[in-house]
Design a protein around this ligand. Structure first.
Ligand code: TRP
Ligand code: ZN
Length: 886
């Protein structure tokens, strides 16, 4: 029966009226409004008749009243752009239904019913890549956060857990592989189509209850790398990494990473895998990194495919980290899921912490910690000081996709890391065990996590809960005074106002500190200081001479430390601090101070530069340092980080001074840099820490040379490019060449393109290197690349490789003419109708306008207003633009 156009209720079915225009103001969803769902859905049967252009979905749901909720005779099934083909209740036609917007509301007479709902969808038209979509001839799903409602009508909320059985039927030739969550329980031939096409089917069953966002299916012509893993209790798990034919030889690292993750989670968190199958599928069109669907992870190819010729050391690490992240979600996310989407950090913050700790163990603790802090400060701190700032547990949203943020993920991880620091590792593990134990099988809240931590560790976390409620990066002002035998440390905190939160309470801030003897660099032990009041004064006796303060060692708290320290102390710490992070930090602080003085015309510029040269020379020649760490210590603070340190950012001056300092250091330390390069160049390719470190410092040297002696740098980089037997060297050289003028640049770019034509992930690099380069004509380059035959708005990786690389590059994006701003606004307007989730991610660079000098601020604001004035904006983009205009 076709009831799509049949009114069913006397009071008028909204489907009869002309479709109302999209409301300009999408509704605000509030955390405080949470209420449990009135119905339970113990079982869900999904029957898919799969086709690229037409897929029929028959969903059969057992529903019963939820005794724990306010009773309602009406069940609300969410939909998003769906047309109801047919509906039956308990096997019979049912008149009691109505549409409310996109949702289907069914009134049910009794306590338990069976609903059967048919919908028809067109995966090939799904450019938003949410729900069921087509990618390179295959079909796959993405349901988090609210994609399931684009497949069928369902209570699409994470607290409704159901047992799923999925039947897929499809053309044998086009979709030889059929996968879904859990275990395959039946396969066979299906009746052929009228045109004689052979068809087959498979039935999969997931033994675990799950929310709809963890549902997944994949159908396509795929091949697998197979392996197996035996769990700590002897369960044999079949592992498979599914890719397109031809990509198999680039899956070894992904498979190794999976096995190491499984082992590590057993050893470190006592967590064991709970199915007989673990499938990973790589797709090239994907909005994010990867998705943790139960037993069937779907991955962006970027985080699966890697080999020496096509992936950098950083890419290898990213594959390992994302494979681990999705695997760890099996416990922190799937076994224990979220009560509602405001609790997102419950699974994401915790899982990011877990993947960071794993990668620290794999790649080395010091360097990994520095990289994670760089991401936090480069992305999360700006978010926290701008119009989109929100607590790790937000209070409201219009579109949940906009809250998959660095705040929820990375600051969320820092908040849990602080609890680990305060409790100590053993007690933290006990808290985690209690949490897993207590809430297994539930949809939990951040509060549940904190309570389990309290009960498991013995900590009192009453005040600590503020970290979940308050947005903004706390500032800690630090001063150390010395008199007689006593050093007096004064700490004062302020939490800045953020949108909707004008006044803040003081937070508990755990800071690891040490007081170093300024002759020997020795100290008598680290201590953990809790700054839990607006300010605190601590006295340390027994210091005949003023010690040098090392603070926030290991970056124990996600705060910004503000202090005035003599430059010599920073030079001293950069050379002597025994905490690697603090050493890196001293170097950054030193360079930031010198660069900001240069921009503001304050301080003694020459003395400052000399101090940096002294510190950098010590780092270049320190034989006790390994090159991976040396590479970190050599890094200049990014333009973005420098802008963040200014009340009103002046991107032009920052860029110029940063280049000038690089040029000075390149000239001043030419001999040391050259010697380092020669030594590193002699190290043969390998994946050892030593070989990786050698590759890292080589490119660092080229970066300094590019500023001090461009001709020489072009020659060296061209040579490195030509000699490279791996992507790290090749990409590093090409990156440096991209910022320079001359024939070497064009030759290398042409060679790279020809060499990797047809390999989308590497062609993404080719776009990104040009779009993110230091070349003065970047804007023109990006304009030209947008017209390149390989450019498309339909592939998120390609869009990001061109435009994110550009927008993250302040000297180009903030070009005085405003051309960078209008380019990004044009992109948002063009992309929004195609892929709103990805389009909305480009709003935040324009949202920084309040922090810019007045000329640029006005240009940025004007572009935001131009976007806001567009006829029909997605909920995603609307929300980000309106918050940004604020
Ligand atoms: N939960 C996923 C992760 O963090 C990410 C994710 C959320 C996602 N929404 C998505 C991935 C939409 C792809 C598309 O691991
Ligand atoms: Zn995640």
């Amino acid at each position: 029966m076709d009831i799509a156009r049949t009114p069913s209720t006397a009071d008028g079915n909204p489907q009869l009226a002309d479709a109302p225009p999209e409301p300009k103001e999408p509704a605000i969803i509030r955390r405080e409004d949470y209420a449990p769902f009135a119905w339970l859905v113990p079982t869900t049967h999904l029957d898919f008749d799969l086709g690229l252009e037409r897929t029929t979905v028959v969903a059969t749901l057992q529903v019963e009243r939820n005794p724990a909720a306010d009773p309602s005779p009406t069940i609300r099934l969410n939909g998003d752009g769906l047309t109801l083909e047919s509906l039956s209740v308990d096997g019979a036609e049912h008149a009691g239904w109505t549409m409310e917007g996109d949702d289907l509301l069914i009134t049910l007479p009794g306590d338990a019913h069976q609903l059967q709902i048919t919908t028809i969808i067109d995966p090939s038209a799904n450019s938003a890549l949410m729900g069921l979509f087509a990618s390179n001839g295959m079909l796959c799903t993405q349901c988090e956060a609210e994609g399931f409602r684009r497949i069928t009508f369902f209570p699409d909320r994470p607290d409704v857990l159901s047992s799923y059985t999925v039947r897929m039927e499809a053309s044998k030739a086009d979709f030889p592989i059929l996968l879904a969550n859990g275990n395959e329980v039946e396969t066979g031939d299906a009746e052929g189509a009228e045109d004689g096409e052979e068809r087959h089917y498979a039935v999969w069953q997931d033994p675990w209850l799950k929310p709809s966002y963890l549902f997944a299916l994949v159908a396509g012509d795929l091949v697998a790398r197979r392996d197996s893993f035996t769990t700590m209790n002897g369960r044999e798990v079949d592992l498979a990494v599914w890719v397109r034919d031809g990509d198999l030889d680039r899956t070894e690292h992904a498979m190794e990473s999976l096995k190491t993750s499984m082992k590590w989670d057993e050893e470190t968190f006592g967590r064991e895998y709970d199915l007989d199958i673990y499938n990973i599928v790589a797709v090239s069109d994907f909005n994010m990194g990867a998705m943790e669907n139960k037993g069937l992870n779907v991955f962006n190819t970027k985080y699966v495919l890697a080999d020496q010729d096509t992936a950098t050391d950083g890419d290898f690490d990213a594959v390992e980290g994302v494979i681990a992240h999705e695997y760890f979600h099996n416990w922190s996310g799937n076994r224990i899921t979220c009560r509602d989407w405001f609790q997102l950090s419950l699974k994401e913050g915790f899982t990011v912490l877990r993947d960071q700790l794993f990668s620290q163990d794999m790649q080395g603790e010091a360097v990994k910690r520095i990289e994670d802090v760089r991401i936090l400060r480069g992305i999360q701190f700006p978010e926290d000081s701008g119009p989109l700032a929100h607590p790790i547990r937000p209070d409201s949203y219009r579109e949940i996709s906009n809250f998959y943020t660095s705040t929820v993920y990375n600051k969320g991880a820092e908040v849990i890391r602080m609890m680990r620091v305060m409790a100590g590792e053993a007690a933290f593990r006990a808290g985690c065990d209690l949490y897993f134990d207590r809430h297994d099988g539930e949809a939990a809240s951040c509060e549940d996590f904190v309570k389990a931590m309290e009960d498991g560790t013995g900590l009192d976390l009453a005040q600590f809960r503020l970290w979940y409620r308050q947005a903004g990066t706390p500032k800690v002002e630090v001063s150390l005074e010395h008199e007689g035998d006593t050093a007096t440390l004064k700490l004062t905190q302020t939490v800045p106002p953020t949108p909707g939160q004008p006044a803040k309470l003081p937070m508990p801030i755990p800071l690891k500190i040490a007081l170093l003897d300024r002759e020997t660099g020795q100290h008598s032990g680290e201590q953990l200081v809790m700054l839990d009041a607006p300010s605190k004064t601590l006295r340390f006796d027994g210091f005949a001479k003023a010690p040098v303060l090392s603070i926030n060692r290991g970056f124990t708290a996600p705060v910004s430390i503000e202090r005035t320290v003599p430059r010599d102390d920073l030079v001293f710490l950069a050379a002597h601090d025994d905490d690697s992070f603090a050493r890196y930090e001293a170097m950054q602080e030193l360079m930031v101070g010198v660069l900001l003085d240069a921009v503001n015309g304050t301080g003694d510029a020459q003395a400052g530069r000399q101090a940096v040269a002294t510190a950098l020379r010590a780092i270049l020649t320190d034989e006790a340092l390994d090159d991976s760490m040396r590479g970190e210590l050599m890094l200049m603070p990014s333009q973005t980080y420098l802008m963040e340190q200014m009340l009103t950012a002046q991107p032009g001056a920052i860029h110029a001074e940063r280049e000038a300092l690089k040029a000075y250091l390149g000239r001043e330390l030419a001999a040391e840099l050259h010697a380092l390069y020669e030594r590193a160049e002699a190290v043969p390719f390998g994946m050892s820490q030593e070989a990786r470190g050698a590759r890292k410092v080589k490119t660092q040297v080229l970066i300094y040379a590019a500023a001090s002696d461009p001709a020489k740098a072009a020659e060296l980089a061209a040579q490195q490019y030509a000699a490279a037997d791996n992507m790290t060297d090749r990409q590093g050289a090409l990156m440096v060449l991209c910022g320079l003028e001359g024939p070497e640049r064009d030759a290398a770019l042409a060679d790279f393109y020809e060499r990797y034509r047809g390999n989308p992930l590497v062609i993404d690099k080719w776009f990104a290197l040009q779009a993110g380069s230091l070349h003065p004509d970047v804007i023109a380059h990006v304009k030209a690349l947008a017209d390149h035959p390989d450019f498309t708005l339909r592939n998120p990786n390609r869009v990001r490789s061109l435009y994110m690389a550009f927008a993250a590059s302040p000297h180009a994006f903030h070009s005085e003419s405003g051309a960078g701003y209008s380019m990004i606004a044009d992109l948002i307007l063009a992309l929004d109708p195609i892929n709103p989730q990805t389009a909305a991610r480009f709003v935040s660079p324009l949202g920084r306008w309040r922090r810019m000098e007045p000329g640029r601020a006005a240009l940025m604001r004007a572009e935001l207003e131009r976007i806001a004035a567009a006829d029909s904006l997605s909920r995603d983009t609307y929300e980000q633009v309106s918050r940004s205009l604020g």
